[in-house]
Structure formats: structure tokens, C-alpha cells
Design a protein around this ligand. Structure first.
Ligand SMILES: C[S@@+](CC[C@H](N)C(=O)[O-])C[C@H]1O[C@@H](n2cnc3c(N)ncnc32)[C@H](O)[C@@H]1O
Length: 240
């Protein structure tokens, strides 16, 4: 075999490995619990990669797979209620949830103007410029042409302060509330609005609990206000 042939053979071995960036490996590796359902692990990971490649989600691999797995779980166990996603950017998290629970009405809330200014409760954590993570309704709707159930999708654009109290009147019961809004005030408002509607057996998921102290503080306050004793799983969700 000549040099060219040898190089070609090695390239075909190495090319797929190069697609894994080393810094994402710890998040990409499955947790032992995920391997109890390898089918869900693989389906969630495949979907997550497609969404990431299309810039539809910025959720880390394990958290993205968790969204898909928990949505499959409420669907399988017939936990009643809609799915509510607060902080959707281009909608990848919403698509993961809708793919996992295709029979559910799915609500996507976002300013589509990116992050608001932080408040005093956020100042000891990472601070992003106003408008960071700006998403688009167009990208979200286009994504829903390929993933999830567009006929069940309700998109509500605007600041949570204005949209959540109004939309909440139309949502009786919730099977999953997912919040990915980074800062104290929006996380607190989303949980305060929808946690009382969460069905028994449903899930509350706070994407930023671990990485944003304001989001953690908001979650701890809401958990204490509603007397939640269930432990947080993997630092970001609990089952009611
Ligand atoms: C990190 S991004 C969400 C990522 C998304 N879940 C995904 O799958 O990639 C955070 C989102 O929260 C939204 N957001 C933060 N605070 C908000 C508020 N008070 N009202 C409305 N949207 C808000 C931002 O516009 C942004 O799209």
C-alpha cells in the first residue's frame, strides 16, 4: 500500500474521532443512570447533536438528553399536563421536550430579545451582556417543521413579567416545567407561576441551577416557599 492509501485508511479511522471536541467529552459521556435505557440515551443524544449542529440549542449534552428522557417518562407514565419551556432561544430545548412527549401541548416562552439586565441577586455570578442568547421565532418555527409537534406548539413572545401571568390562565396543569433563563428574577417568576400547577409525578427542571447563583437562589427560595423536600437530581431537577 502506498503512502496515499495508508493516509486514506488512517483518515477514515481518525475523522469520526475528530468530531468529538475534548472539552465536551465530560458532558457527552453517559451517566450510569442513563445506561439503564440505552435506547433513550442514543435517541436523545442523536437528536441533541442534530439540534446543536443546526444552532437550535445551546443546552449541554447531558442536560439536553435529560430533557428528552424526562419527557419520554411523563408520556409513558401518563403524568397529566402540558409542557412549559421558559427561555427557549431558538427552541432546541422545546423540540427535545416535544419529541419526548408528542401528545402534549407545548408552550415556549421567550423575549426573543435575549437576556434582560441582571439584578442584585445575580452579581456574584457570571454576567452576560444584555441581549445575549437572542433567539428567533423564525428559527424556532422552522425547527419545529423537522422536530417535535408543530400543531401542539404555542409560542409566547415577550418578557416573562408580561407574558407568564396572562398565559398561565390558559394552562391548567403542567407535566414538566423547564426554565433556562440564567438570572434570578426570570427563574423565580417562571417557577412561582408554574410550580403550583405541576402534576404529581411531573418534573421541575432548572437548567442554570448549578452555573448561575441567581438561578440557584431563586430555585431554593421557591422550593422552600412550596415546601419541596424532594432532592435535586444531578443539580438541576426534581420530581414532584
Ligand atoms: C440560554 S438561553 C435558552 C437556551 C435554550 N433553552 C436552548 O435550548 O438553547 C436563555 C433564554 O432566556 C430568555 N430570557 C431570559 N430572561 C427572560 C425574561 N425575563 N423574559 C423572557 N425571556 C427571557 C432569553 O431571551 C434567552 O433566549
Amino acid at each position: 500500500m502506498g503512502d496515499v492509501g495508508r493516509e486514506h485508511r488512517w483518515r477514515s479511522v481518525i475523522a469520526p474521532l475528530e468530531r468529538f471536541r475534548v472539552d465536551t467529552l465530560p458532558h457527552a459521556a453517559p451517566r450510569p443512570l442513563e445506561l439503564l435505557r440505552p435506547d433513550l440515551f442514543l435517541a436523545g443524544e442523536r437528536l441533541r447533536r442534530k439540534l446543536r449542529t443546526a444552532d437550535l440549542t445551546v443546552v449541554t449534552p447531558r442536560r439536553a438528553r435529560t430533557l428528552y428522557r424526562l419527557a419520554c417518562s411523563v408520556e409513558r407514565s401518563n403524568i397529566p399536563g402540558a409542557i412549559v419551556d421558559c427561555g427557549v432561544r431558538n427552541g432546541g430545548s422545546t423540540m427535545l421536550l416535544s419529541e419526548g412527549a408528542p401528545s402534549r401541548e407545548i408552550w415556549a416562552f421567550d423575549s426573543f430579545e435575549g437576556l434582560p439586565a441582571p439584578t442584585a441577586e445575580d452579581l456574584d455570578g457570571p454576567l452576560l451582556p444584555m441581549g445575549a442568547w437572542r433567539g428567533s421565532i423564525k428559527a424556532l418555527r422552522r425547527g419545529f417543521e423537522s422536530y417535535g409537534r408543530p400543531e401542539r406548539l404555542h409560542v409566547v413572545a415577550g418578557w416573562f413579567e408580561e407574558t407568564l401571568p396572562v398565559a398561565a390562565r390558559q394552562i391548567d396543569r403542567v407535566a414538566i416545567i423547564h426554565v433556562a433563563a440564567d438570572y434570578y428574577a426570570p427563574v423565580k417568576l417562571a417557577l412561582e407561576t408554574f410550580y403550583p400547577k405541576l402534576a404529581e409525578g411531573g418534573y421541575a427542571i432548572v437548567d442554570d441551577y448549578y452555573s448561575f447563583p441567581g438561578a440557584r437562589r431563586a430555585t431554593d427560595e421557591v422550593r422552600s416557599r412550596f415546601g419541596v423536600t424532594q432532592p435535586l437530581v444531578w443539580d438541576h431537577y426534581w420530581r414532584r
